[in-house]
Design a protein around this ligand. Structure first.
Ligand code: UDP
Ligand code: MG
Length: 326
């Protein structure tokens, strides 16, 4: 199979028929073998009914229905698990992304050798309350991750099948799939300017809580886990020991100068009356706490079932066994 289109959706019943017809037109025109995986993320409108109808109309359409709303990342992850196409394309259900982009995205993965191609809504048809925060977001993410994408969180993206089977997306992490892919070792990440329309029906499904608070927290988690997930002590331990040493050094200095004044018979301040004392105290305490946190984190990570799950790209001459990997 050439292409799997994964469509996460929450209450989008008005758009689905039009979207399916459009995708079908494009696929037929280019002679792709394909499937469309519609993942209903706990809709409360008629989305699932519409999907059922579409599966009868077009055998290439498949549906997955969540019992409740788990979020876009979960819907994508579930679609990824079932995707059979060589190239997996994700697309929003609200007709903001254009299926006409599919052939070129497919070509970029298959011929230009990209692992992931992210859409770039260069000309965006959304309110300012979305476009300005997004600019900020993309800037911060670029700085934190070194991935040079203009539009990290575009719903329209294309992936090599292998990539989507390797990565794990949850929470608000659909915003940072390129970052996750990079940490998983997929380096060829490209970008394509794509058409973008204003939302035709319904309203946005993301509130500011998701965009401004949960999103950034998930970025921190991704960067932290990517870097230190398998060696947390290096993170906590290094900050902890620096703080401890600084605190201890300050104490030593305060103590030594007090002794020195005593020795010379000079009247000196009580150590506890010098403000540096409190800095030294806090620094040593926090340092010790970070160190202990590091030990705890090591113990947790050592007991994780994934502790030795390294992402292997290929093997030669080794029979596949049932060691856990994903
Ligand atoms: N979506 C989803 N689960 C959610 C929220 C959104 O599956 O909890 C889907 C939504 O139906 C749409 C896509 O994710 O297909 C993008 O959402 P939306 O268009 O509301 O986001 P925006 O374009 O406003 O950023
Ligand atoms: Mg949208």
């Amino acid at each position: 199979m050439d292409i799997t289109v994964v469509i996460p959706l929450l209450n989008e019943d008005e758009s689905l028929s039009e979207l399916e017809a459009w995708i079908r037109r494009v696929m037929q025109k280019h002679g792709f073998s394909y499937e469309v995986l519609m993942v209903d993320d706990g809709s409360t409108d008629n989305s699932w009914k519409v999907i059922q109808g579409l599966t009868e109309l077009n055998p290439n359409v498949k549906g997955i229905k969540f019992r409740r709303n788990y979020g876009k990342a979960a819907a994508l992850h579930t679609g990824f698990q079932d995707a059979q196409g060589d190239v997996v394309i994700t697309m929003d259900a609200d007709l903001q992304d254009s299926p006409d982009e599919i052939p070129e995205l497919y070509r970029m993965i298959m011929e230009d050798g990209y692992d992931l191609v992210s859409g770039w809504k260069k000309e965006r048809h959304d309110p300012l309350s979305k476009t300005i925060p997004t600019k900020l977001y993309n800037g911060v993410t670029r700085l934190m991750t070194g991935i040079k994408l203009n539009d990290m969180n575009c719903g329209l993206k294309a992936y090599k099948n292998e990539l989507v089977k390797t990565i794990e997306v949850y929470g608000e992490m659909h915003r940072y799939i390129p970052v996750i892919a990079k940490w998983a070792g997929f380096k060829n990440i490209g970008e394509k300017v794509v058409q973008h329309q204003a939302r035709k029906f319904g309203v946005t499904k993301f509130g500011s809580l998701a965009r401004f608070i949960r999103g950034p927290l998930d970025l921190l988690s991704i960067v932290f886990v990517g870097r230190f997930g398998k060696r947390p002590m290096h993170f906590f331990g290094s900050i902890g020991s620096i703080m401890f040493v600084v605190g201890f050094g300050l104490f030593f200095y305060l103590g030594a100068s007090k002794l020195w004044s005593l020795y010379n018979g000079v009247v000196a301040k009580n150590i506890a009356d010098i403000s540096w004392f409190y800095l030294a105290l806090t620094s040593m305490l926090i340092g010790t706490m970070l160190f202990c946190t590091g030990f705890l984190a090591e113990m947790v990570s050592r007991n994780s079932p994934h502790r030795n799950a390294y992402l292997i790209e290929t093997k030669i001459g080794i029979k596949e066994n049932n060691h856990a990997h994903h």
